[in-house]
Design a protein around this ligand. Structure first.
Ligand SMILES: CC(C)(COP(=O)(O)OP(=O)(O)OC[C@H]1O[C@@H](n2cnc3c(N)ncnc32)[C@H](O)[C@@H]1OP(=O)(O)O)[C@@H](O)C(=O)NCCC(=O)NCCS
Length: 318
């Protein structure tokens, strides 16, 4: 099969949308509860159009037909002080037949263009059930970094002796300022090592809470807050924007209260609220490099994207 690679051109956007939709349906086949109606199709269509309009990348052709594309957003810093390119879930695909080979070619050409322009850090969000493609990225030196996962909103049940859960109002936020601060700092430690800018925890969580449809639950032992979970309408992928999805964007339990079922109890309260309010899907995103999160969320959610990352040796452009 002869593959020709060209710079991305927005006149091929409709073909790209059709190609991606076929790939997305492969993921839906493995996770039938993922949204697949007209609303989802329109969200995907809009996202791909925006990327072709404002992103950069390449397209693959065979016999003058579009068989793949790989585009991304430029960012000033990506996992370090170097310019990077992030290709979201809708940012790339290839026909199922010869997919790995098409990606090999698209990667070779797109990386050359981007590295020539000084981009050295790359992240790609890959549909999680395409194990062959994930392997292709691993072979190219990418490693797993983040995960987007989904579950049907369903009760978990369970109880933890002495622990109660409350849906927070503004006046309760001071109760979690201390543990919100600990959560913020947590990502700086081994084995995660994500640098964090210092911030005032109460100001941060108050600002977050003031935004529309942001909800938070606190777990208490007596009157001491020992954990929290929060949800909001937007997560990290186009699927998270679907109207029946709410997204968990943070959860934390005090170290001495872990492995007792406190986070499971918080998640159960979220499930109950989502079911009562007509959100039949619950999303979450987390760092694969955070073992506590990886273990906890994978217990209750099914990953639908895996983001992989590669950092190029900066000496190559010196
Ligand atoms: C992830 C996190 C919120 C989980 O909180 P948790 O309260 O310990 O979670 P749970 O107790 O509900 O479940 C975790 C463990 O307890 C076990 N467990 C659940 N219910 C239990 C119960 N009733 N009795 C005993 N153990 C129980 C689970 O089997 C699980 O064990 P395992 O991970 O060893 O297999 C917590 O580890 C944390 O705060 N981590 C740091 C911050 C973080 O990573 N947040 C997520 C970022 S998105």
């Amino acid at each position: 099969m002869k593959i020709e690679i060209l710079a991305a051109d927005k006149t091929f956007c409709k073909e790209a949308v059709d190609l991606f939709w076929q790939t997305y349906l492969e993921e839906v086949y493995s996770m039938p509860f993922l949204p697949k109606d007209e609303e989802m199709k329109n969200l995907i269509d809009d996202s791909i159009n925006q990327l072709f309009e404002n992103g950069s990348g390449v397209m693959a052709f065979s016999d003058q037909k579009l068989v793949g594309y790989m585009l991304g957003w430029s960012v000033n810093q990506l996992f370090g002080p170097v310019k990077g390119v992030f290709s979201p879930m809708i940012g790339h695909t290839a026909k199922k037949e010869h997919r790995r080979m098409i990606y090999t070619k698209m990667l070779e050409y797109s990386l050359k263009t981007w590295v020539d322009q000084g981009y050295l850090s790359f992240a790609v969000s890959v549909l999680a059930h395409d194990l062959g493609l994930i392997d292709e990225f691993f072979v190219h030196g990418y490693g797993m970094r983040c995960i987007d996962a989904m579950r049907k909103s369903e009760r978990i049940y369970g109880a933890v002796s002495g622990v109660t859960i409350k849906k927070a109002s503004q006046s309760d936020l001071a109760d979690i300022a201390l543990i919100h601060g600990k959560h913020h700092d947590y990502y700086g430690y081994s084995p995660i090592f994500m640098p964090r800018l210092s911030e005032d925890a109460l100001t941060d969580i108050t600002h977050w809470f003031s935004q529309p449809e942001h909800h938070l639950w606190i777990s208490y032992q007596g009157d001491k807050a020992v954990g929290y979970i929060r949800i909001q309408p937007e997560g990290e992928t186009v699927v998270s924007l679907y109207s029946k999805v709410m997204n968990v964007t943070g959860a934390y339990v005090e170290q001495s209260f872990r492995s007792m079922g406190v986070a499971s109890l918080l998640l159960d309260e979220v499930q109950r609220w989502l079911m009562e309010h007509g959100y039949h899907l619950c999303g979450v995103d987390y760092e694969a490099i955070n073992p506590a999160a990886y273990r906890f969320w994978n217990r209750y959610f099914t990953p639908y994207t895996v983001s992989v990352a590669r950092r190029i040796d900066e000496r190559i452009v010196q």
